[in-house]
Design a protein around this ligand. Structure first.
Ligand code: NAD
Length: 327
């Protein structure tokens, strides 16, 4: 199988090289879009990361160049038009699970850093200002935590938060079989938002979750609440979030994903003038912690992503289908 692997970065390249097995993998740092789709000429398959463009227009170009398989190196597949791929006879497979712990642990890391003001504390330490004023946080123990989406990552997050001694509420159309052992109470989204001190999003981005949290939802939340988003940026209406943060409708936000992160995250913009005003506002807010879509970034997760991606290619080569096909 000859595969062109888009959006390869220094952090994942060694893992992909090791996992390539007998496949010929050609790596490019470029992201897939209408300008770069022609690079796939001469390959059987391509591999994509979470910010590549798998829209219908791009898929048509790939089809024209004979691409038969798309191996996603992500669990989320909101960036690919699966139906369009199906109608073009292109199989799309993903990595449904690599390490739910990586994402859940990053969500907790951001929560602790924001709550205990670790970034400010580090800066004060550097300045040799050892006063503690302004660094007060709150005990997580005894608080009520809301989890939107209790799939693999949501449940991993729930297990950690249970260890802190919290009460767990959840919203998900599907009840997780592990929920009873964690004493998770399923409630409506509205009730969850009204009752929780910490709300963490772990649902996929799709038509039912696009802007799931907007103006009306932020109005329901507690003024002391911290919101965590490691799911997908567009699950939140960014403008409404900024309004809620500025008007103290909620206390803070921990964001690993951003609605317009495509072309921004994963690249060096040190010499660029960033022009997205919403991003600039969020980046400058003291009660917001932003990371650049790095929740998955552990050695264990990268190894599993590379291994399962190569495995999907092998299954396609031998059987014409893989266990992780989406269409
Ligand atoms: P999963 O499929 O195991 O779980 C998703 C859960 O969300 C399911 O239980 C589903 O029923 C629920 N859900 C669907 N629609 C919902 C809705 N409208 N309201 C509430 N719940 C809803 O997926 P997962 O492996 O836990 O991953 C969750 C998401 O995390 C992915 O779709 C992806 O977008 C994101 N993710 C982010 C990173 C990162 O690095 N930041 C890495 C991996 C995954």
């Amino acid at each position: 199988m000859r595969a062109l692997v888009y959006s390869v970065h220094n952090f994942d390249r060694p893992f992909l090289e090791k996992a390539a097995q007998h496949h010929y993998m050609h790596f490019t740092e470029l992201a897939l879009n209408t300008d770069t789709a022609h690079l796939a000429k001469g390959f059987d398959a391509i591999s994509l990361f979470s910010n590549d463009d798998g829209s219908s227009a791009v898929l048509q170009i790939l089809h024209h160049y004979g691409i038969k398989f798309i191996a996603l190196r992500s669990a989320g597949f909101d960036h690919v038009d699966i139906e369009a791929a199906k109608s073009l006879g292109i199989k799309v497979g993903r990595v449904p699970e690599y390490s739910p712990y990586a994402i859940a642990e990053h969500a907790v890391a951001m929560l602790l850093a924001l709550n205990r003001k670790l970034f400010e504390a580090r800066e004060l330490m550097r300045l040799q200002d050892f006063r503690l004023d302004g660094l007060t946080g709150f005990d997580i123990h005894g608080k009520t935590v809301g989890i939107v989406g209790t799939g693999k990552i949501g449940i991993a997050f729930a297990r950690i938060m249970k260890g802190f001694g919290t009460r767990l509420l959840a919203n998900d159309p599907v009840l997780n079989p592990h929920a009873p052992e964690l004493e998770i109470e399923y409630v409506s989204l509205q009730e969850l938002l009204m009752r929780c001190d910490i709300v963490s999003l772990h649902c996929p981005l799709n038509s039912s979750t696009y802007h799931l949290l907007g103006k009306n939802e932020f109005a329901l939340m507690k003024r002391n609440a911290i919101l965590i988003n490691t799911a997908r940026g567009a699950v939140i209406d960014t403008e409404a979030l900024i309004h809620a943060l500025m008007h103290k409708q909620i206390a803070g936000a921990c964001l690993d994903v951003y609605e317009r992160e495509k072309g921004l995250f994963f690249y060096d913009h040190r010499t660029s003038v960033l022009t997205d005003p919403h991003f600039m506002i969020l980046k400058g807010m003291k009660n917001v912690i932003l990371t650049g879509h790095q929740a998955f970034l552990t050695a264990e997760a990268l190894e599993a992503i590379a291994h399962i991606t190569a495995q999907n290619l092998t299954e396609w080569e031998i059987h014409g289908k893989s266990a992780n096909d989406l269409n």
